[in-house]
Design a protein around this ligand. Structure first.
Ligand code: PGA
Length: 255
């Protein structure tokens, strides 16, 4: 059975003490809410990760993730952090390919293929983001964009490595805008992603891969989105910054 995941993406928010409080609240509040194949991942800025992974140590269902990692193992890359460094402090997940990294930092599918390799080599599980812009959707190109993002950045992986990925479909036009994809729109793309994976790696791997929806997901719309057959949880930005909202989204697993 594939895992159900609610992942928070704090982006560049929360100073050190705010981050500790938010994470401690989440940890406390989700204790009795997450069971079986359900997981919660909190992807925080680098400065928080060491402390948060210490706090999460006792939990079998709450994990800590980074929001980026460099593709090289070490060296003269001022200001960067490697996948090995992250796993050395107990980080287990890393967001790769977020549209903000693609847009503001010029990350390409080719670079993301290397980052994915580096993450997997260091036992980090990538939460790999794909999604089209509004212009691409309006131009009817969304299926092609999704297909090429997936194929160019991840289809070089062995089946064993590919099955360690979590995929996040995040339409760029829905991120931080308050406009959510309808559950039908999201389901349509999720089913397409799963079919693409099946044609490359076979049905068994495709059926087992967790595919998250991201983009203005909140406590009000999460239940309907997560009820779709191919939507296995969410990647939550704005609503992950308030413990109550984030935990209410986590709770929709159980509705
Ligand atoms: P949002 O962000 O929930 O604030 O739209 C989602 C994301 O960018 O991961």
């Amino acid at each position: 059975m594939r895992k159900k995941i609610v992942a928070g993406n704090w982006k560049m928010n929360k100073d050190y003490s705010e981050g500790l409080s938010l994470f401690s609240e989440v940890l406390n509040m989700v204790k009795d809410e997450v069971r079986g194949e359900q997981l919660v991942v909190v992807c925080a800025p680098f400065i928080h990760l060491n402390s948060l992974s210490g706090l999460a140590k006792g939990s079998s269902q709450v994990f800590v993730g980074a929001q980026n990692a460099h593709q090289e193992a070490s060296g003269a890359y001022t200001g960067e952090i490697s996948a090995g460094m992250l796993s050395s402090i107990g980080v287990e997940y890393v967001i790769l390919g977020h549209s903000e990294r693609r847009q503001y930092f010029g990350e390409t599918n080719e670079l993301l293929a290397k980052k994915t390799d580096a993450a997997l080599k260091n036992n980090l599980k990538p939460i790999f983001c794909i999604g089209e812009t509004l212009e691409e959707r309006e131009g009817g190109k969304h299926f092609d964009i999704i297909k090429s993002q997936l194929a160019e950045a991840t289809f070089h992986l062995s089946a064993e490595d590919f099955s360690k990925l979590v995929i996040a479909y995040e339409p760029v036009w829905a991120i931080g805008t308050g406009v959510t994809a309808s559950s039908d729109q999201a389901q349509e793309i999720h089913a397409f992603i799963r079919a693409e994976i099946a044609s490359k790696y076979g049905k068994e791997i495709a059926d087992d891969i967790t595919i998250l929806y991201g983009g203005s997901c909140n406590p009000k719309n999460a239940a309907e989105l997560f009820a779709q057959h191919d939507i296995d949880g969410g990647l939550i930005g704005g609503a992950s910054l308030k413990s109550r909202d984030f935990v209410d989204i986590v709770k929709t697993f159980n509705n």
